[in-house]
Design a binder for this molecule. Structure first.
Ligand code: AMP
Ligand code: ZN
Length: 469
């Protein structure tokens, strides 16, 4: 299996630290709002990587954090006049709901920064003791980049260039730095902000230290795969390497994987540019299986442009797979012949080759685009060769292969009747109209229909409210 490693800039053979096991860490979201579909890309990508590794028989220990202490969370908490944990807990809950709807499995552990301060303090102490970090007059602790000779190795930047680049870009409040390329490990509290005690000052951690500390705690000093979006290569991942390797003296992560951006009109989708759709907004119009399928139709390192047309195309593609599976399931049930027929042997062989083709695509740096193409070929083979005369063995083999490959991609194979918000609203409006016209039989009928779809109505003084049962 080959993985493109950002560290070396090329595809490398994947050899885990320990045979049969994979330790994997992926940087998770900062929880101050609903996640947007750009944030969803690494979730879907690395969930698929994990699924494929498990399909190959590896035991995967997968850790992904929630950044729950951050300027943006604190700002929102102040605006709402609540504690910042109220904001972070709210959006962790919403994020988990979105993940489930995208079929992104929960990680083995989802640590939160605020619950891991002890580990961060330990790591910073080690760095200070070893001379890799120092305290400035105001209590801020900085990482001394010049003490880590390999600084810049991930982003392929040169420390001298970085230093001169940073010199131009003075950050206010960071005047205590020895060197402009140094970065914050711990900073003093500001009025009204959450803070913790530390040997240096009452304060809170910088962003980079949390991933080094959590990765060390839950996976050990060395891990196999570290992932995230490509915007994290510098400075976040570069700094993680400096912190972890300066402290342990060992290579932190063997393979660094980065997904490309999800774009809109060829610009990165981001909160700051305001050109984003939340996963929640997309969910109003599409089953999120469609979003997942859309993401996987491109290779994870390629930029991917989001558009309604491409989503429609993914929806149709998914429908083709579901129709193919429905047909195979029906034929399997009705098959008159048990054992594979001689006339089916060549087709059966072809189906094995398509499974191998899917695997070869995934082994080549998780090329899901080619993997999806192999799935479509399998559907086509089923559509053109399986019929009422087929043996149960043949159609079952096709169905099982399709289900297994969809499972690797995290695509549900049971056709779910996903009830969309707008459908429910339309039916409620129709029921309201029926009641106005005193057609209570029709109104009750609609209510029952909604109930069959798992939607419960409640008539309140403010109007009709509904929820999913
Ligand atoms: P953030 O909450 O901004 O720290 O982002 C969480 C994760 O989403 C990180 O791995 C980012 O690299 C990733 N990410 C953010 N925006 C995009 C985007 N437009 N396309 C792909 N990945 C993104
Ligand atoms: Zn991180």
């Amino acid at each position: 299996m080959k993985i493109f490693n950002t560290l070396s800039g090329r595809k490398e053979e994947f050899i885990p630290l320990e045979p049969g096991k994979v330790k994997m860490y992926v940087c998770g979201p900062t929880v101050y709002n609903f996640i947007h579909i750009g944030n969803a890309r690494p979730m879907i990508v690395f969930d698929t990587v994990r699924r494929y590794l498990e399909y190959k028989g590896y035991e995967v220990n997968f850790v992904s954090n929630f950044t729950d202490v951050d300027d943006k969370i604190i700002k929102k908490a102040m605006e709402e006049g609540v504690d910042s944990s109220v904001i972070s807990e709210r959006y962790i809950k919403e994020c988990k709901e979105d993940m489930a709807a995208m079929n992104v499995r929960p990680a083995t552990v989802h640590p939160k920064a605020t619950e891991e301060i002890g580990g961060m303090l330990d790591l910073i102490k080690t760095l200070v003791d070893k001379g890799h970090a120092y305290k400035a007059e105001d209590g801020t602790v900085y990482f001394r980049t010049s003490s880590f000779k390999e600084y810049g190795k991930l982003s392929h930047k040169n420390l001298d260039d970085l230093q001169s680049g940073f010199r131009e870009l003075k950050v206010t409040g960071e005047d205590g730095k020895e060197d402009p390329a140094d970065f914050v490990l711990w900073k003093p509290k500001k009025e009204g902000e959450p803070y913790w005690e530390s040997p240096w000052c009452q304060g809170r951690p910088g962003w980079h230290i949390e991933c080094s500390a959590m990765s060390r705690k839950y996976l050990g000093e060395q891990i196999d795969i570290h992932g995230g979006g490509e915007d994290l290569i510098f400075p976040h991942h570069e700094n993680e390497i400096a912190q972890s390797e300066a402290a342990s003296g060992k290579e932190f992560a063997k393979y660094w994987m980065h997904n490309g951006f999800l774009n809109i009109d060829n610009k990165k989708m981001s909160k700051s540019l305001g050109n984003f759709f939340t996963v929640r907004e997309i969910r109003e119009k599409f089953d999120l299986q469609v979003l997942r399928f859309f993401m996987l139709s491109a290779h994870y390192r390629s930029p991917l442009n989001f558009s309604a047309q491409l989503m429609e195309a993914s929806k149709n593609g998914l429908e083709r797979i579901y129709n193919g599976l429905d047909k195979l399931r029906e034929l399997e049930e009705k098959a008159g012949q048990e054992k594979l027929l001689d006339s089916e042997k060549a087709w059966y062989q072809e189906s094995r080759e398509l499974v191998a083709k899917f695997e070869a695509a995934m082994e080549d740096d998780f090329n899901t685009a080619d993997g999806v193409a192999a799935v479509f070929e399998l559907v086509k083979l089923g559509n053109s060769t399986a019929d009422g005369n087929s043996s149960r063995e043949y159609v079952a083999a096709l169905r099982e292969s399709l289900e297994a490959l969809c499972g690797v991609l995290g695509i549900e194979t049971e056709r779910k009747i996903e009830v969309l918000d707008q459908e429910v609203e339309a039916m409620i409006a129709a029921r309201g109209q029926a009641r106005k016209e005193k057609n209570f039989a029709l109104a009750d009928e609609i209510r029952q229909k909604l109930l069959d779809m798992g939607i419960v109505l409640e008539d309140t003084r403010e109007g009709v409210k509904w929820k999913r049962a």
